[in-house]
Ligand binder design. Structure first.
Ligand code: ADP
Ligand code: MG
Length: 488
C-alpha cells in the first residue's frame, strides 16, 4: 500500500470520528469547537487531534477528550488514546479569527455548562491569552522531548501534602544518580505526579544541557515495545534507552499484567541503574500495591526513595488556584478562590477545570468573575446544597444573627454567648460544605478536629430535640442557600 493511500485511510477514519462527534453536539457547539479541529496523526491506537491554540487545547482536554475517545473507539472498535496538540496552522494571536466565533455570535458554552438565560456578549478577552505557549522541545536521540513549560518547580505550590515529593524531585534533578535512585512518586490522580516529573526534566536540562533525557508514559513505553516486537526490531527499541542520562516514566502502574513489558523494563532499569543513570517513576499506587507487578521490580522500585503525594490542604488548594489564575491571566477575587478551593478537594486537575469553566462562563456573559458566576458555571459539578456556601459566608451570617464579631469568635473566650455561635458555624460548615473537620478547626485559630467534632455533635443533638433551635438552624441554612434536611 502506498503512503498516500495510507494517509487517505487515516484521514477517512478521522472524518468518520468527526461525523460521530457531530451527532453528539449541537450544531453551534460543533461549529465553535470542532470546525477547526484537524488530524495531526494517528499511529496505532494514538490519535492526535490538532486544535488552533492553547485555549482550545485546554478546553478539549478538560471537556471533550472523553467524547472524542469514545467516538474514535466507536469508529475503530478498538481502544484509542486521544491527545490534543496545537497544530500551528492557526492565524497569529492578534487575528480575531483565532478566537472561537469572536464575530457575530458568541461561543457556545462547552458541553456541561448551562446555557445562559440572557442574550450574551462576545468574550471580553482574547481567549488565546489564557495560557502561554506550552511546549519546549529538546532531548534524547531522534525522539523529541515534549515537556509542558508550565510544569516547572516554580509553578509547583508546596504544602504539607507534597513537600517531601517536591524536595526529593528537586534533589534528583540537582544530583542525578546520587540523591535517590530510583525516585518513585505515587499518589492518586490529579495530584501533580506528571507535573513533578516534567519539572525534574526541566531542571535537569537546565543544569546538564548536553545530557540526554528520555521522558515517556508507561503506555508509550509499552506500545513502542510491542511495536518493536511486531517489527522484529527489539534491538533498536533497547538502543533508545542505552545512552540516556535521565529516564522518566510516568504512570508505571500501567505495567501491571504485562509480563513481557515488565521483563523488558527490568533490563532497561538494570542497565541504567548500573551506570548510575537517574530513573524517576510515577504511579497511582505504592510499588507493593501495584497488582501483578513482579517482585523483583517491586523491590527495585524501593531501592531509592518512595514518596507519596497526598491530597492538598485548603491553603495549598487556594494557593494553587491563585497561581493557576495568574498563569492564565485570570483576575479572580479571594472569595471565588476560596469557593473553588473548598468545593474541589481531591484532585487538582478538577480545581483547574473549575477555574477554566468559571473563566469561560464569565467571558461568554462578558462579565467579570464573581461568586455568582462561579456558582453558575460550576453548578453541575457541585452538590446542590454546597453552592456558593463558604466558611466566610457562614461566619458572617451567624455573627450577624448572634450580634458578635468575628474576632470575638476566634478568641479563646468560652462564655455561652460566644461558644454557641462558634458551634453553630462549625455545624453549618460541616453540613453545608465539603470542608474537613480539621479545615474547619483551622478557621478558628487551629482548633483540632476532635473539638470540631464535639461541637458538631452538640449542635446536632440540640437540633433533634429543640424545635426552636432547629428552626433557627434551618433559617440560617436557607439564607445561605443550603438545606439541612437534604444533607446526611
Ligand atoms: P497526576 O499526574 O498526578 O494525575 P498532574 O501532574 O497531571 O497530576 O496534575 C494535574 C494538574 O494539577 C496539573 O495542571 C498540575 O499543574 C496541577 N498541580 C498539581 N499539583 C500542583 C501543585 N502543587 N502546584 C501547582 N499545580 C499543581
Ligand atoms: Mg499524570
Amino acid at each position: 500500500m502506498s503512503d498516500s493511500v495510507a494517509i487517505n485511510d487515516v484521514q477517512d477514519r478521522f472524518d468518520r470520528v468527526m461525523a460521530q462527534v457531530r451527532t453528539r453536539l449541537s450544531k453551534r457547539q460543533y461549529q465553535t469547537w470542532f470546525e477547526r479541529a484537524s488530524l495531526v496523526g494517528w499511529q496505532g491506537s494514538n490519535l492526535v487531534v490538532g486544535v488552533p491554540n492553547r485555549f482550545y487545547q485546554v478546553w478539549f482536554q478538560s471537556k471533550f477528550s472523553e467524547m472524542v475517545r469514545e467516538a474514535a473507539e466507536h469508529v475503530c472498535r478498538a481502544p484509542v488514546s486521544v491527545a490534543f496538540e496545537i497544530d500551528g496552522q492557526a492565524p497569529p494571536a492578534e487575528d480575531a479569527a483565532s478566537e472561537p466565533e469572536a464575530t457575530s455570535s458568541p461561543p457556545a458554552p462547552p458541553a456541561r455548562m448551562e446555557q445562559p438565560q440572557t442574550a450574551v456578549a462576545a468574550p471580553a478577552a482574547p481567549m488565546q491569552d489564557v495560557y502561554p505557549a506550552p511546549f519546549t522541545g529538546s532531548g534524547a536521540e531522534d525522539v523529541p522531548l515534549r515537556l509542558n513549560e508550565l510544569y516547572s518547580f516554580d509553578n509547583f505550590i508546596i504544602g504539607p501534602s507534597n513537600s517531601v515529593a517536591h524536595a526529593s524531585a528537586r534533589a534528583v534533578a540537582q544530583n542525578p544518580g546520587r540523591a535517590y535512585n530510583p525516585l518513585f512518586i505515587h499518589g492518586s490522580v490529579g495530584l501533580g505526579k506528571t507535573h513533578l516529573l516534567h519539572a525534574v526534566c526541566h531542571e535537569f536540562l537546565q543544569r546538564f544541557p548536553d545530557d540526554r533525557v528520555c521522558f515517556l508514559s508507561c503506555e508509550e513505553f509499552t506500545n513502542e515495545f510491542v511495536r518493536s516486537l511486531q517489527r522484529n526490531d527489539v534491538d533498536s527499541f533497547r538502543a533508545r534507552f542505552r545512552n540516556v542520562h535521565l529516564l522518566v516514566i510516568d504512570d508505571i502502574h500501567f505495567l501491571k499484567g504485562k509480563e513481557r513489558t515488565q521483563e523488558e523494563f527490568f533490563h532497561t532499569f538494570n542497565g541504567l541503574y548500573q551506570s548510575n543513570r537517574q530513573i524517576v517513576l510515577s504511579s497511582d499506587a505504592a510499588p507493593n500495591e501495584i497488582p501483578t507487578l513482579e517482585d523483583r521490580l517491586v523491590s527495585r522500585f524501593t531501592w531509592g526513595l518512595v514518596s507519596q503525594l497526598e491530597q492538598p490542604e485548603m491553603e495549598t488548594r487556594m494557593a494553587i488556584v491563585r497561581r493557576k489564575a495568574e498563569l492564565m491571566h485570570i483576575r479572580i477575587g479571594n472569595e471565588v478562590v476560596e469557593f473553588i478551593a473548598s468545593n474541589f478537594r481531591n484532585n487538582i486537575r478538577e480545581l483547574e477545570g473549575a477555574l477554566l469553566s468559571t473563566k469561560a462562563y464569565a467571558d461568554v456573559l462578558g462579565q467579570p468573575i464573581s461568586l455568582e458566576i462561579a456558582a453558575a458555571a460550576l453548578k453541575q459539578s457541585l452538590k446542590p446544597a454546597g453552592l456558593g456556601i463558604t466558611l466566610e459566608r457562614i461566619t458572617q451570617l451567624v455573627c450577624e444573627h448572634y450580634g458578635v464579631t468575628v474576632a470575638e469568635l476566634r478568641s479563646k473566650r468560652r462564655g455561652r454567648s460566644i461558644s454557641e455561635p462558634r458551634q453553630v458555624i462549625m455545624f453549618l460548615a460541616r453540613k453545608l460544605t465539603k470542608l474537613s473537620l480539621q479545615e474547619i478547626g483551622d478557621h478558628f485559630g487551629g482548633r483540632d478536629h476532635s473539638t470540631v467534632l464535639y461541637a458538631v455533635r452538640q449542635v446536632e443533638k440540640r437540633y433533634k430535640t429543640d424545635p426552636n433551635f432547629a428552626a433557627l438552624l434551618e433559617r440560617l441554612a436557607d439564607r445561605l442557600g443550603g438545606n439541612l434536611r437534604e444533607e446526611s
